[in-house]
Design a protein around this ligand. Structure first.
Ligand code: TYM
Length: 316
């Protein structure tokens, strides 16, 4: 059976980008394939090094996984550092990864630019550890958002090099996966770029946000002066609002605002109110489950301790 693996870094609360880019697919795939979903606490160390916060963050992501519908009875849910064989493979793959290609990785360049005082070797070899996460299970499908596409391409390169050097077809080539046609990039609310955990407080809608917070953030979202002619092209920030509407609202609602845009009758206040309400409707049941689960430390501990229900085929 095809294997699926993916993970999310424990660097803060999860947002709608994580949900629609990754988690939604985890939940669907768990019933169809042999699935491994983990919490990338070692990857988190490349940028976040406070041990207390790290532990809290691992628990927080685990809670959010379960609240979103991941089921430890059908998928293996684990914490990255609980599978130390990953580091063994990481060491071996490091011999097949070249400084030049690692330095050219978009995520490395971005992080180095943002934090020039913390350009550590772990950051440089981030894609190698990610490849080890995937290849240790010989996973075929990796549900991720668009921003991880380059990392998957690198994982395929490392797998090919390993196979070529040591044993043909030892590792299958892993591919980024989404149930739709394309990988998803959920935009932020600030008009440009993607929704992110650390792109400013008003950029992301978190799964833990309460109604008022969601409303406030959406009402502050960037808009323009409105369409100047019928059926015109939408500017980036308006396109983004429609992308978000498409994710959380029903098709009639989306069509209603599309028509309003096209005949220049759109009122951004109405669009934002509707978007906020539909986001609230979407987030509320998840938030309630998070709050419930957080009271149940014993259950969370049990899930975390149950590491790898299915035995991992340890390589080498
Ligand atoms: P991380 O923690 O940055 O993001 C977790 C997942 O959420 C997706 N995502 C988005 N998708 C669409 N739109 C957005 N705005 C958005 N923001 C985040 C990401 O694409 C990702 O799927 N390197 C990974 C963690 C990782 C991993 C792995 C993933 C470590 N090892 C092995 C898969 C396989 C990361 O940084 O995720």
């Amino acid at each position: 059976m095809e294997k699926v693996l993916s993970g999310i870094r424990s660097t803060g609360q999860l947002h709608l980008g994580n949900y629609f880019g990754a988690l939604r697919n985890f939940v669907k795939l768990q019933h169809e394939k042999e699935c491994y979903f983990f919490i990338a606490n070692v990857h988190a160390l490349t940028t976040h090094n406070d041990p207390v916060q790290l532990r809290e963050s691992v628990k927080s992501v685990l809670t959010e996984y379960i609240a979103c519908g991941l089921d430890p009875d059908v998928a293996a849910i684990y914490i990255q550092s609980d599978l130390p064989e990953t580091y063994e493979l990481y060491t071996l793959l490091n011999m097949l990864a070249y400084k030049g290609e690692l330095e050219k990785t978009v995520s490395f360049k971005e992080k180095a630019r943002k934090s020039p005082n913390n350009v550590n070797a772990g950051l440089l070899t981030y894609p190698v550890l990610m490849a080890a996460d995937i290849l240790i299970h010989r996973a075929h499908k990796v549900p991720v958002g668009k921003d991880q596409e380059q990392h998957l391409e690198m994982a395929r390169n490392f797998a090919q090099r390993f196979n070529h050097r040591y044993e043909e077809d030892f590792f299958p080539e892993p591919f980024a996966f989404n149930f739709g046609d394309e990988l998803v990039k959920v935009p932020g609310l600030d008009g440009n770029g993607k929704m992110g955990k650390s792109e400013g407080v008003n950029n992301a809608i978190f799964l833990r946000d309460d109604d008022q917070t969601i409303q406030k953030k959406v009402m502050k979202a960037k808009t323009d002066g409105g369409p100047q002619s019928e059926n015109s092209e939408k500017p980036e920030e308006i396109k983004n609002l429609f992308t978000l509407l498409n994710l959380v609202s029903n098709t009639d609602t989306v069509q209603f605002f599309e028509d309003k845009w096209n005949d220049c009758g759109i009122r951004y206040g109405d669009l934002k109110k509707q978007l906020a309400q539909d986001m609230i409707n979407f987030v509320t049941p998840i938030r309630e489950k998070i709050v419930d689960l957080e009271q149940n430390d014993a259950l969370l501990q049990k899930i975390a301790r149950r590491v790898l229900k299915k035995p991992v085929q340890v390589l080498m």
